[in-house]
Write a protein that binds this ligand. Structure first.
Ligand code: TRH
Length: 380
């Protein structure tokens, strides 16, 4: 091993479902190139997921995109492909056996690539213990390091581009209104602007009722996706991108699924963001706006443990806001009736807004995940 920065990376991404796996890998790949001048080859088994978050991507065996060497990860993997200096398996996706074999051969020549398993994000306390731990692969003797993103100093941190927060601040100060108008979004000045990205969820029924009866106008932007089918079921309609619907205090506007960079701008523009999964959660933290998380469901309710762990870290120093937040987030995730819990929560909006900004400022003091990966590779 050397103490210099490696300059080539292979990232393996298996798309389980949705956009989080590719969303994280694509963001990391670009950041390693733009900020750390690395060469990155990104292997993706389902490129159609990439085309949703980055429409100029093609479904093709190889393409250069934003400086990234994007490859289709085929079932039959070419055994002559040489590994980069660092190999990342995203979310324990298991690289091709022949690639592992070549890595073992390089180890025998004292040129073992650094092998990192990038894990899913969790606020559970055990993450601090496991971050950075390594295991030795029994058949090859190669060391694999487990890299855990997280919210505390003793984790791998969160993905955050170096200029992200400055871009956010400038957008919020100067560009927000024009940007919204370009998308045809012109809420009344006193409206609460909400973005809604979530899985299918029957709790939307109670929430839409609460919004219809809200004392303040609510303007809700829904990027096309899973929650729209729940909205359509409740309303008995077939709303699609471009459609609007108004009832009582509520205006719903369905917008197209945005390119990943524009989705950040949507989060920056709104007063409250409903997010889901992993990557949009992190982006909403950096938006420094109040947010509601729809967590990805796991077997045996493991996701509820993860949700509680996050809630325990989010706002413990603000007990009244915290109680209202916990109630609403649990209702939203356990498909309860969100009307009463929404009314309770929204009373605390000013405190919630201040808290969101503080949390973003506080988390941004930690080195970001790409920086920590580079540091790790320099130190090992
Ligand atoms: O799509 P997700 O539900 O992904 C999930 C989670 O990652 C989950 O942990 C994982 O196990 C599962 O997939 C397989 O939510 P997530 O993580 O927020 O990813 C959404 C991505 O889509 C994110 O990169 C932001 C991007 N996006 C756009 O580019 N445009 C849009 O308009 C929207 C709404 C999202």
């Amino acid at each position: 091993m050397t103490s210099t920065t490696p300059n080539s990376w292979d990232i393996f991404c298996r798309v389980v479902d949705n956009f989080g796996d590719i969303g994280v890998c694509w963001r990391l790949a670009r950041q390693l190139i733009n900020e750390h001048h690395q060469n990155v080859r990104l292997w993706v088994d389902d490129l159609s997921a990439l085309t949703r978050i980055w429409p100029s991507a093609q479904v093709s065996p190889q393409q250069w995109l934003e400086g990234v060497d994007v490859r289709h990860w085929p079932v039959e993997f070419d055994p002559t492909i040489e590994p980069a200096a660092v190999v990342i398996e995203a979310f324990a996706c298991d690289m091709p056996a022949c690639f592992l074999h070549t890595m073992a051969a390089r180890k025998n020549q004292a040129q073992a690539p650094r092998w990192i398993n990038l894990e899913y994000l969790s606020a559970e306390p055990w993450v601090e213990e496991c971050h950075g731990m390594a295991s030795v692969h029994p058949a090859t003797g190669l060391r694999k390091t487990f890299f855990f993103p997280g919210f505390t100093q003793r984790t791998g941190g969160l993905l955050r581009e170096q200029t992200l927060l400055a871009e956010r601040d400038e957008f919020q100060e100067t560009a927000r209104h024009t940007w919204l108008a370009q998308l045809g979004i012109e809420p009344a000045a006193d409206s609460l602007l909400i973005s809604l990205f979530a899985y299918e969820n029957p709790a939307i029924n109670g929430l839409l009722q609460a919004w219809q009866q809200s004392p303040q106008p609510i303007y809700c932007l829904v990027p096309e996706g899973k929650i729209l089918s729940s909205i359509n079921t409740y309303l008995g309609k077939t709303l699609t991108a471009g459609d609007s619907y108004s009832s009582g205090a509520l205006t719903l506007k369905i917008i197209p699924f945005l390119i990943q960079t524009q989705y950040d701008q949507l989060l920056w523009a709104c007063d409250i963001n409903f997010v889901r999964g992993e990557d949009s959660l992190v982006r909403s933290l950096w938006a420094a706006k109040p947010m509601v998380w729809h967590i990805y469901v796991q077997e045996e309710d493991a996701h509820l443990v993860k949700l509680n762990a996050f809630l325990n870290q989010y706002a413990p120093e603000l007990p009244t806001l915290n109680i209202a937040l916990q109630q609403f987030w649990r209702d939203w995730n356990e498909q309860g009736y969100s009307d009463a819990s929404w009314d309770q929560l929204i009373k605390w909006l000013p405190q919630w807004q201040q808290h969101a900004r503080r949390w973003s400022d506080q988390l941004s003091q930690m080195p970001d995940l790409a920086r920590q990966l580079i540091n790790y590779c320099q130190q090992t």
